[in-house]
Design a protein around this ligand. Structure first.
Ligand code: NAI
Length: 713
């Protein structure tokens, strides 16, 4: 079956890309071969004045490169020769397009990303549809990759180095108005005018329309190329900024900078080879492959419901009930109303319920002010949220999410009241942070329909939801939960009901390492800095301040009550006692925690030194980083061994999306694989001997894997 349809209209050859064999149009070798053939046919046809490249896919031009191919290449040793040949062929095809002698216009009918946009950059003119679904950009950096089909060379030559670097390094995707403003496209038109506008451009095209700016005599990079003094300054600035925010953990950022810097000094043909060299080097390292696997493939398969129990019809969710209109409830209501669900937002009194709706209003008004939303859309979304105190309003809800206080008694009361209004098909999800789901389910008349839905704050920004199966939760309820979360655009991972579930359990070890080192006499500044350089989004003591030291005390008290004699106060209790109980330091919320907060910002609290004396010899920062990463990895392996979490993909997706575990590793399981399981076990044993078996002793699972030469992936 052909991928690209060829027809001639009004002296224009129209090449329409529609890869029916794939869910999306992507830049494959087959598609490119057909494209090249189409271009040659048009070039040879005297009746054709110019070429229009467009797509037959609704809302999508070309979504990107063939990531499956890239992942396949990355899953074994890289055949650099083969990659060089393939990428070289793609570059040659694009180069032939822009030098074929006839003008080519890209009529972009929607999503134009990555390889798709690189293809459009090799056309002489770009017209983009004016539609909310249209996005343009080079998002490769988000997956630890870089553009590999000329994007690092053509974009800076088109819009200037500074603008291009910002877009490529951040992997930004632009809306039509932004793309036009930044010069990524030349025109933005309504859908019906896309092809007519393309034809018009060709009809009016002058002699040199088929020549790219960079092939014209005397071409200079907009804003200054290698000949200008600002050029070097831009790179010095970018290099410093990248290092300050990523600590050298992301090789793709350096590769992008180098490719642009070196490539711009060369003619475009040779510049492409520079890009290819960096691209291949990147693919040979573990970072790109691990990030791509977790942040693209595993995340997508989690979202699409790879682990959704089979055999249940899709659950249509139209009406959602939310119990508790506090921070979390308000966030869930906002996410759901944006996804076109009717939301009943219930609290103890009307003022609290209204305040929960206000949360959406504030955010929508911000979007409106930024021009990202219309007045009508704001009214429409707000119109879907019904704040109330009346349980009867929950009648007809397909799903209820409970987000009242973290208190067993309160949760039981609202659960009973809500169920009294629900039909037999409705499901009930509790957003508890850590209470056992199976116990909370006792308040439900249908415990099989009761499940944990652990959202993260702020709900509208955090994609992850940790779904917790109680002992009695049915497969059908799990399937319905998947359908609900997909509808509100969340990424679910599934775990079993055990203390702290998966995310909090593993993440907690990071903070505990920070606390432990404080007691050992490690300098607080070293504890904090190494947290950042290890790749975590926030250092451990800062994080504890944000969570609230008082809340950590309460959690400890609850644990002591629940576990009785088995309770181990560990390192947290003495530190929290000293700060919270004895000195009233509750964290950021009262301006006093590990840090002192005032209008000028925050500084490590000067009293820490007296409470936790610093010892004379300090550890190497690399050792501190290793403790953070290893503690989390060992705990992940333990959670797998304990049966808390079953899917390795879920472990990695949950770690990165849930608590920001060093994304360049691809997640804890990817990290252990990359380190080598046997080497990991040996290193964990060393750390266990030195800093405590409780934190680092590898579980049997890892030892067996090491002995049998197994890996997680
Ligand atoms: P919050 O204190 O901001 O909101 C709780 C809301 O529940 C309040 O508006 C309160 O008036 C309402 N409420 C209390 N009793 C009620 C009753 N009997 N009937 C109706 N409404 C009632 O708390 P937040 O932070 O939103 O947490 C809610 C739940 O989500 C808790 O179980 C918490 O552990 C969990 N959670 C919190 C996260 C966070 O980052 N804050 C993250 C994940 C879970």
């Amino acid at each position: 079956m052909s991928i690209i349809e060829y027809k001639v209209e009004d002296a224009c050859a129209i090449l329409t890309w529609n890869d029916a064999g794939r869910p999306m149009n992507v830049l494959t070798g087959d598609a490119l071969a057909e494209l090249s053939a189409g271009v040659e046919r048009a070039v040879a046809d005297d009746a054709v004045k110019g070429i229009i490249l467009t797509s037959g896919r609704d809302g999508v031009f070309v979504a990107g490169g063939d990531l499956e191919q890239i992942e396949k290449m990355g899953s074994g040793p890289i055949d650099a020769e083969e990659m060089l040949r393939r990428t070289g062929a793609v570059l040659a095809q694009l180069r032939r397009m822009e030098t074929c002698g006839k003008p080519i216009v890209a009529a972009l009918n929607g999503v134009t990303l990555g390889g798709g946009f690189e293809l459009a950059l090799a056309c002489h003119h770009r017209i983009l549809v004016d539609a909310p679904y249209a996005k343009v950009g080079l998002p490769e950096a988000g997956m630890g990759l870089m553009p590999g089909a000329g994007g690092t060379q053509r974009l800076p030559r088109l819009i200037g180095v500074q603008g291009a670097l910002g877009l490529i390094l951040e992997g930004k995707q632009l809306r039509p108005d932004q793309a036009l403003e930044k010069g990524l496209v030349d025109e933005v038109v309504p859908a019906a005018e896309l092809i007519p506008a393309a034809k018009k451009w060709i009809a009016e095209a002058g002699e040199d329309a088929a020549v790219q700016p960079w092939d014209r005599k005397g071409f200079k990079v907009p804003g200054g190329g290698p000949e200008s003094p600002t050029f070097a300054q831009t790179f010095m600035g970018s290099n410093a900024m990248i290092h300050a925010s990523t600590y050298g953990n992301f090789p793709h950022a350096k590769a992008i900078l180098s490719a642009v810097y070196e490539g711009l000094a060369l003619p475009i043909d040779r510049a492409g080879k520079v890009e290819t060299r960096y691209f291949i080097t990147l693919m040979q390292g573990p970072v790109a492959r691990n990030m791509l696997r977790t942040l693209f493939f595993s995340m997508q398969s989690a979202q699409k419901g790879a682990r959704r129990p089979k055999g249940f019809d899709r659950f249509e969710v139209r009406k959602l009930g939310v119990l508790g209109a506090g921070l979390m409830g308000a966030g869930v209501a906002y996410a759901a109303a944006n996804a076109k669900l009717d939301v009943v937002l219930l609290d103890r009194d009307q003022a609290a319920a209204d305040k929960g709706k206000q949360y959406s209003e504030t955010r929508l008004q911000k979007q409106l002010a930024r021009g990202r939303m219309t007045e009508e859309k704001v009214a429409e979304v707000l119109g879907r949220i019904h704040p109330t105190t009346r349980y009867e309003d929950l009648a007809g809800c397909d799903v209820v999410v409970e987000a009242v206080f973290e208190d067993r008694g309160v949760k039981a009361t609202v659960t009973k009241q809500a169920y009294a209004q629900l039909g037999p098909d409705a499901i009930f999800g509790t957003n508890t942070s850590g209470l056992p789901i199976s116990e909370l389910a006792e308040a439900s008349p249908r415990p099989e329909s009761f499940i944990g839905m652990h959202f993260f704050s702020p709900v509208e920004r955090m994609q992850l939801v940790e779904v917790i199966r109680g002992k009695q939760t049915s497969d059908e309820t799990l399937a319905k939960t998947y359908d609900f979360l997909r509808k509100i655009k969340k990424v679910p991972i599934v775990v079993n009901d055990a203390r702290n579930f998966y995310t909090s359990r593993v993440f907690g070890t990071y903070i505990t390492q920070g606390f432990s080192m404080l007691l050992e006499g490690v300098k607080p500044a070293l504890i904090e800095n190494a947290g950042k350089t290890s790749g975590m989004p926030m250092p451990p003591l800062s994080l504890a301040d944000e969570v609230g030291l008082d809340l950590m005390v309460h959690a400890g008290d609850q644990l002591r009550k629940d576990l009785g004699d088995e309770y181990d106060p560990g390192v947290n209790a003495p530190i929290l006692d000293a700060l919270v109980r004895e000195r009233g330091r509750h964290g950021r919320k009262n301006g006093k925690g590990f840090y002192a907060y005032d209008d000028g910002g925050k500084r490590l609290w000067s009293g820490l030194g007296e409470l936790f004396p610093v010892r004379d010899t300090q550890p190497d920062p690399a050792e501190v980083e290793r403790r953070y990463v290893f503690a989390q990895c060992v705990e992940t392996a333990r959670a797998i061994e304990d049966g808390v979490i079953e899917s390795v993909e879920d472990c990695d997706v949950g770690a990165i999306l849930g608590w920001g575990f060093a994304p360049f590793t691809g997640g804890p399981c990817s990290y252990m694989d990359t380190f080598g399981i046997a080497a990991f076990v040996a290193e964990a044993d060393r750390l266990a001997d030195k800093y405590g078996k409780g934190y680092f002793e590898p579980p049997k699972l890892l030892r067996t894997m090491a002995a049998e030469g197994k890996t997680f992936y």
